[in-house]
Write a protein that binds this ligand. Sequence first.
Ligand code: PEP
Ligand code: MN
Length: 359
Amino acid sequence: MIVRMKDRREENALAVASAMASAGFDVSRLDLPFGLFLAGMGREDDAGGGIEALPGVDWVRRDAKGPVLAARERHPEGSRVLLGDLPVGGEDLALIAGPCSVEGRDQIRTAARFVASYGATALRGGAYKPRTSPYSFQGLGKEGLALLRDAGRATGLPVVTEIMEPADAQAMAPFVDCFQVGARSMQNFPLLRTVGQAGKPVVLKRGPSASLSEFLLAAEYVLLQGNPNVILCERGIKTFETATRNTLDLNAVPVLKAATHLPVLVDPSHGTGRQDAVIPMARAAVAAGADGLLVEVHPDPDHALSDGDQSLTLTQFRRLVEEIRPVAEAVGRRLSVPGASRFGAGSGPRIRRGSGWGV
Ligand code: PEP
Ligand code: MN
């Protein structure tokens, strides 16, 4: 059961919460930007009759089959999720770029400096890698997190990295600006609850075999912990096609934008698995209305320890930025201009510490 309050008046919320608790629900109070909600779990939804009539109750939803908190109608103008100082979901196009895995200090620093200087808004890099084969490189773990953090600090970029284990959240938190929940973990419900409680934005990737409705319900798990800062990421799904690693489902962009207020990114790297397809699909994603891109970039893709086949070189990343810029403008989006203010007159210049143009 989920109850929306008409306003944030404390005494009403307390009375409703205690009525729900008396009916046997475990109650959470969710103070979200688009309203105050009380979520009741652990009981059949037909319990707690009479709650509708309590003072301050706007509505009560029982037996919801689809997302309630993530639904577009909760916040029709769309949510903005802050990634560093960038509001993802507005006019600015987010560009999360960096290697698949953090492999060493030079590798991550070189990638970070380059993507920062060409307008990336966040640095990505995996330290805990979900690899299909247990014999493949599994990531540098803690050492990788520290290297990622250092590279982010050196370039002024917030960092995004994947969390696989709920138990890692506390130790990872000081190193991470935004948690990524990977495609394989999309329905790891304990992990979704954990990142919901971690107080940081979350990039939630679509499971390779997940429907859009399952994807939105996974986001709902995070919101139900009181964390509204979820950024969805379409990264390709499994189909019969073998020419590409996955089939990038660009239908997802307009369909998700209609169904939810959460920002939607596209990852053309995992979505195609092919370096030569990444830039064309990045252009297409921006044209389709994506709020940003997540792209793998490596200083030396031929020797990458993971996902080299789909990683752009540094110069290819520069080309990607140049090629998406006119597309972004055509659909009313802005792309950061390196060295210039992202926010326009009056909001002060956006200055990145230590970012240069060279590699
Ligand atoms: C990644 O971002 O490197 C990754 C493993 O992505 P996905 O979970 O989409 O496969
Ligand atoms: Mn990868």
